[in-house]
Design a protein around this ligand. Structure first.
Ligand SMILES: CC(=O)SCCNC(=O)CCNC(=O)[C@H](O)C(C)(C)COP(=O)(O)OP(=O)(O)OC[C@H]1O[C@@H](n2cnc3c(N)ncnc32)[C@H](O)[C@@H]1OP(=O)(O)O
Length: 328
């Protein structure tokens, strides 16, 4: 009997070739007739109602089937094909009715799962604390200069975002990578820091232009307080604090900065929540999801700086020439 589910995209979205042979070789219990592909079935040809490949796969094959992700040229977690958009399968009405927040939306769209409330609250705190840090930091400065040059919102925003990198807000992923590697290998803070020094690499997540051992970053303290109160384990963060204790013994500016706090605490979130396999954690750290938190957060502040300059009708910025040493 023919399956009601025909393999293949609607004619107006036809992909190259058909997947029948690939499917039958992967799933011996499925015959080409079962598939009902428009190339191989009298029912398929010209039928505009047959479902897409994803539709066929999900509805026809048992959930125990081998990995069929190879059949999907685009893999998305936002569905817009039903009555309402879904984020990782969760309908928007459910998100609104349950009173979920932006942390939950990030967990659905980035991590493809609903995380416990303390995790999504932590994500929200990261976003709130990193939203702005005044006009003098690299990103805000660029955005302000661009807005005052008469450029539009998007240009002003991206010119600020482009400063995010290893010295400014973009050290979260590297902090997570290096702290994880050092902790998992059982390195003492001394072995870790001195090993980095030998390699000529500054410890990501350590150091600040302004903050000092006797003038701590309030954002770091707030993140640590939340995690110590709500996380089941903060072993990576405690390791980062031990590293900080050692680096502070070398110089007073080598504090654990906000990138290092978020990087180490996100490791604790990933490892302690029980929501991620070891393989998934390694992949998230390797791909580098975590700088995204700073990029997203700081966009809020940079947009604000753009509006400020426009509202205050600020003229073209010109840097004071007194700051410049003219050399031949
Ligand atoms: C939200 C944020 O942007 S937080 C910052 C995120 N970036 C990082 O965490 C990257 C690692 N940290 C750094 O590169 C720096 O500490 C910065 C960029 C954050 C601050 O830099 P500055 O205040 O300009 O410090 P400066 O460059 O003057 O460094 C002074 C000395 O301190 C030492 N030092 C500074 N940071 C580190 C570090 N992370 N690890 C080891 N030594 C360091 C070095 O000896 C440095 O001397 P060097 O120039 O000979 O290497």
């Amino acid at each position: 009997m023919h399956s009601p589910y025909f393999l293949g995209p609607p004619p107006n979205k036809r992909l190259d070739g058909c997947n029948c042979n690939r499917i039958t070789s992967l799933f011996p219990s499925v015959s080409i007739t079962d598939i009902g592909c428009n190339s191989h079935s009298e029912f398929g040809a010209g039928n505009r109602d047959y479902p897409s490949i994803p539709d066929f796969i999900f509805r026809f094959l048992p959930s125990s089937s081998p990995d069929f992700s190879q059949f999907f040229p685009f893999q998305i977690s936002t569905s817009s094909s039903g009555e309402e958009p879904c984020y990782a399968g969760v309908p928007m009405s459910s998100i609104v009715e349950q009173g979920l927040g932006v942390g939950d939306v990030i967990s659905l769209l980035w991590f493809k799962r609903s995380l416990p409330r303390y995790c999504t609250k932590f994500i929200e705190i990261c976003i709130m604390l990193c939203a702005d840090h005044g006009p003098c930091v690299s990103g805000a400065h660029n955005t302000i200069v661009t807005a005052r040059a008469g450029k539009d919102l998007v240009s002003s925003l991206v010119s600020g975002l482009l400063t995010i990198g290893p010295r400014f807000g973009g050290a979260i992923d590297d902090a997570a990578r290096f702290f994880k590697d050092a902790y998992d290998r059982g390195l003492t803070p001394y072995e870790f820091v001195e090993g980095m020094k030998k390699k000529g690499i500054r410890v990501p997540g350590i150091g600040h232009r302004i903050k000092r051992g006797d003038n701590r970053d309030k954002r770091v303290e707030l993140l640590q307080l939340f995690a110590r109160t709500n996380f089941p384990s903060v072993k990576y963060m405690e390791y980062a604090v031990q590293v900080e204790t050692y680096t502070l013994s070398k110089a007073n500016n080598l504090v654990l900065n906000v990138d290092g706090a978020i990087g180490s605490l996100f490791l604790d979130l990933l490892a302690g929540s029980g929501m991620f396999t070891k393989q998934e954690i390694d992949e998230i750290v390797e791909i580098g999801y975590l700088n995204g938190l700073f990029v997203l957060a700081r966009s809020i502040g940079l947009i604000g700086h753009t509006f400020d300059q426009k509202r205050l009708k600020q003229p073209l910025y010109r840097h004071p020439w007194e700051d410049v040493l003219y050399t031949k």
